[in-house]
Design a protein. Sequence first.
Length: 516
Amino acid sequence: MEKIQSLAVSKTDNSMVVPLERGKIPPQAVDLEKVVLGALMIDGKGVDEVIDLLTPEVFYQKSHQYIFDAIDKLFKSGSPVDLLTVSAQLRKDEKSEAAGGDHYLVQLSQLVSSTAHIEFHARIIQQKFIQRSLIKLSTEIISDSYEESTDVFDLLDKAESKLYEVTQGNIRKSTESAMDLVKQAKQRIEDIANRDGLSGIPTGFTDLDRLTSGWQPSDLIIIAARPGMGKTAFTLSMARNVAVGSNIPVAFFSLEMSSVQLITRLISSETGLSSEKLRTGKLEPFEWEQLNVKVKDLERAPIFIDDTPSLSIFDLRAKCRRLASQHGIKLIMIDYLQLMTAQTGAKGGNREQEISTISRNLKALAKELSVPVIALSQLSRAVETRGGSKRPLLSDLRESGAIEQDADIVSFIYRPEYYNLEEWDDDDRSPTANQAEFIVAKHRNGATDAIRLKFLGQFGKFDNLDDFSTPYEFGSKMNAANDDTNRPDGLDPRSLPSAQDAFGDFPASPDDEVPF
């Protein structure tokens, strides 16, 4: 049989010229496209079934793209969809002749008598489109791979990004009309109203949620602090609140601590057993019972921890795409930004440029997956050399101004107790023991503020100031009536005026503080 050349063309009906790819016709289902379009014009109910499955681009034949685009416009404007209205819309769009004219529309409507099986047919059309997209993507990758000037890491990231779009069945449109966007915005506002004003991922910290309405999709959030302030403890507390409290999948990337160390700290926070006891394993019988009971919620929590050291930004993006596809993660946490690498392949770049590349890609990742990305960051030593309260400033962000520029929210963790400051620098002069301040210094879409939180180093835990539960309320043996020996100081837990007062008797010692 004569070999078909790659530039050959094949004629189909309606004068459609179909290019051949490497001697093969690209995957298509033109007959089903005709059936679906004909069904949409004879029965408007069919539009409701497939309008969310199809876009003009999924149709292989150009004339069919114009016809479906007309149907889509009619549906979104609330107009009836039938043979006459579609014909009128095509003339309005000046696409009637390119779509085959009224005669072709009549032919399509005569092919079917009902909308039966229209959804099944629409999904086949969509699958053929995905196949063509994979062929196009593969061809681009092959072409780019032969280019000597191509950076291999950029190529890997580009390839995986485009493949993720295809596997999601979400080939993105370059533009959206104001009408579509207004409808989306109105729907989002209604959803927010039904959730008491909380539009994003709840952190579990009441005042912070009130300020931000939760962490918003596509936002890059930077949480910065000096070593010893409790950055890891704060993010772990938040991860616990999100995953255990709200059952929202969280991805935690730790470049500094091992997965077992992180989960041990989460166990300490969840069970109320000090990190010292868990580290030495010296637990009383009732504490073992406490451990086994309280850890069950943590076992079921959708938390996914990755402790790959020196993780590159491109590896991170690849891992996050897989987690989003396989587990539907809604929040990404990175501990911490300065330990990541860019691996751009560029020669002569400095660390500041590398950090800029990382922060820019983290923002791109947040937009691509439409999830909040939280990255911890170190502060420069300038904080330590300042006098006064040593409260951090935006200018203290380490190594790159790009972090501040790319981030939607920049926040700091500040514990005056770390600097031996016993009173807050406000009018009340209240004690700073076991307290921290979460400072929102930049908020692109809202206000800034400083929020007081409770911090207990021995449990590696942050919580609301007036909503901290006592760790002595565990197990029947701990709550046995008239048993004064359950507490180290011999007091009956029921006699305490409040949980907050209970913690006031047990300040964290420097040895108990979290080192990160």
